[in-house]
Design a protein around this ligand. Structure first.
Ligand code: 0FV
Ligand code: MN
Ligand code: MN
Ligand code: MN
Ligand code: MN
Length: 516
């Protein structure tokens, strides 16, 4: 039941994100053309098998409506966008290198000013924005200076001054900035709680306005209602939004074809059909239109991971699971001969996809750096299956784990390490000597993002976890906070070898279990 709700909420979530609403009727969203059908039969005639009770989301490829929105990928819209940008050249110039220089100069000049305390006449938004921009751009020396500003938010009795919190924009900025805390920054932590409580209390317009401003799609609506707006900017924003949506929807169609051709959907009806959810994960981590390849590849693997997870959690018999884990450990297609048919199909699909998608980049690393990253790939997939098997054993033997034991394993079984190594393959950005170092850094940040993803996933879906005592929840909450601070530290304070894009993928993947 929980899963069913999960799928439905994902659907309505995607629906709300897809498309700017004031479009001609014929350009409707792909999601509204999806039909849900219930999965009824399982694959093997054994009666004591369980099945994931869920709806299967099918994108109807034959529906003509689906293809209409793709007009947004056409030339006419690109030309119109260019024209609009010309009109607003002074605002939206493409000389990005020059602009980056300007931004850096501006940030440097802020840092040079010694007194960064809140000025009486300065808006909360301005103060917070300055702090956030400096931190996000790695201005380490300014941490304490930057933090000093928040002391002014409190009165002598240590309470937050009400006047500061009347300003919508300021609160939003502050809430966002409060997520950038690193170890020991308790004021930011207090602020986060304070605003969260505040938002929960406020009813009506303000809350929904604040929430709306966080999403680009709704921000357009909010902006449109303001005074002194720039109409060209609105047209440009809508066009840009729709063009990016068109790219995403084209991805969804391609993925749907891939998934259909792979055949797991029809053969393994006991498993979740996770295309939309899996795509949302990668959409959340890489929404930019130029990252279609990353989105496609990572989505393929998330879909495979989800199917394999269902085999281990739900459908497979323990002795079968021992066999499949052994086959993956031997990393040998031949070892699959011993598996029951439904497993053969799934693991063959996995190996086939692995070799089709990663061979080129594996060869690239081997050729340019003499670095055999296939070893890492093998290791993380084997570790994943082993962690699945251990959980299956716990389940079948009714083994009660300690929190420590549980987390040590489930931080692996959430699949973050596998995603991390696949991102490494997709990005192909390292230098020869640093490959090994770099990969261990890759895995270090993946540990913290996996921890957050695991805790968020458990809190969201595991009835068992929620049934346990409050103590567990508070420990989880504590871990969650700690993991976030570690990620912020890795992100903002390290002279890291990691590509920014990779860090971004990790940070964004972390947020997805909260939405999906
Ligand atoms: C979680 O499912 C889920 F969404 C999976 C397996 C996809 C993995 C996503 C990434 C690797 C980004 P479920 O809650 O059944 O997973 P657990 O591990 O709790 O069985
Ligand atoms: Mn599961
Ligand atoms: Mn599982
Ligand atoms: Mn779960
Ligand atoms: Mn668990």
């Amino acid at each position: 039941m929980a899963l069913r709700l999960q799928v439905q909420s994902t659907l309505s979530y995607s629906k709300s994100l897809i498309y700017y609403s004031r479009l001609p009727q014929r350009q409707q969203s792909i999601v509204s053309n999806m039909k849900c059908r219930a999965s009824t039969h399982s694959c093997e005639p054994t009666s004591n098998r369980r099945s994931v009770e869920t709806f299967i989301v099918v994108i109807q490829n034959d529906c003509k409506n689906n293809l209409n929105f793709l007009t947004y990928l056409g030339k006419a819209f690109i030309i119109r966008t260019k024209k609009l940008k010309e009109q607003k050249k002074h605002r939206l110039d493409d000389r990005s290198m020059g602009q980056i220089e300007e931004i850096k100069k501006a940030l440097d000049s802020i840092v040079c000013k010694k007194d960064m305390k809140t000025k009486e006449n300065e808006s909360l938004h301005a103060t917070v924005l300055r702090f956030r921009l400096l931190r996000q751009h790695g201005y380490q020396s300014t941490y304490n200076c930057g933090l000093g500003i928040f002391i002014h938010l409190k009165d002598n009795a240590g309470n937050f001054k009400a006047t500061y919190f009347e300003d919508e924009k300021g609160i939003l900025s502050l809430y966002e900035a409060s997520h950038l805390a690193i170890e020991g920054e308790s004021t930011l932590e207090e602020i986060k709680h304070f605003i969260r409580t505040l938002l929960n209390k406020i009813n009506g317009n303000m809350e929904s306005n604040l929430a709306k401003q966080r999403l680009a799609r709704w921000f357009i609506d909010v902006y449109e209602k303001k005074e002194n707006i720039v109409p060209v900017l609105i047209e440009l924003a809508k066009l840009d939004f729709n063009m990016i949506q068109a790219v995403h929807q084209e991805n969804a169609i391609d993925l749907s074809k891939w998934w259909k051709n792979l055949g797991l959907r029809d053969k393994l009806t006991f498993a979740r059909d996770s295309m939309i959810q899996s795509f949302l994960w990668t959409l959340g981590s890489n929404p930019e239109p130029q990252f279609s390849d990353i989105r496609m590849e990572l989505t393929n693997f998330i879909m495979l991971i989800t199917t394999i997870d269902d085999i281990y959690d739900v459908y497979g018999l323990l002795e079968e699971l021992e066999l499949s884990t052994d086959a993956v450990e031997r990393w040998d297609v031949k070892a699959m001969e011993q598996l029951p048919d439904y497993m053969k199909i799934c693991f063959f699909a996995l190996f086939n996809t692995l070799f089709n998608t990663i061979n080129e980049s594996a060869y690239f690393h081997l050729k340019t750096h003499r670095f055999d990253c296939l070893l890492f790939l093998k290791k993380v997939w084997i570790d994943l299956c082993k962690s699945y098997l251990l959980e299956a054993k716990w389940y079948h033997n009714s083994h009660k784990t300690t929190l420590e034991e549980d987390l040590n394993n489930t931080v692996v079984s959430i699949g973050g390490y596998v995603m991390c190594v696949h991102s490494f393959f997709v990005l192909q950005q390292t230098t020869p000597e640093e490959d090994f170092d770099c990969l261990s850094q890759y895995l270090s940040i993946a540990h913290w993002s996996s921890m957050i993803a695991r805790l968020a996933n458990d809190l969201g879906t595991s009835v068992d976890e929620l049934k346990r005592a409050d103590v567990l929840k508070s420990i989880q909450y504590y871990r969650h906070q700690t993991a976030w601070k570690q990620i912020n530290k890795d992100t903002f304070t390290n002279d890291s070898l990691l590509p920014q894009l990779y860090i971004k993928i990790n940070v964004n993947l972390t947020g997805m279990p909260l939405c999906v």
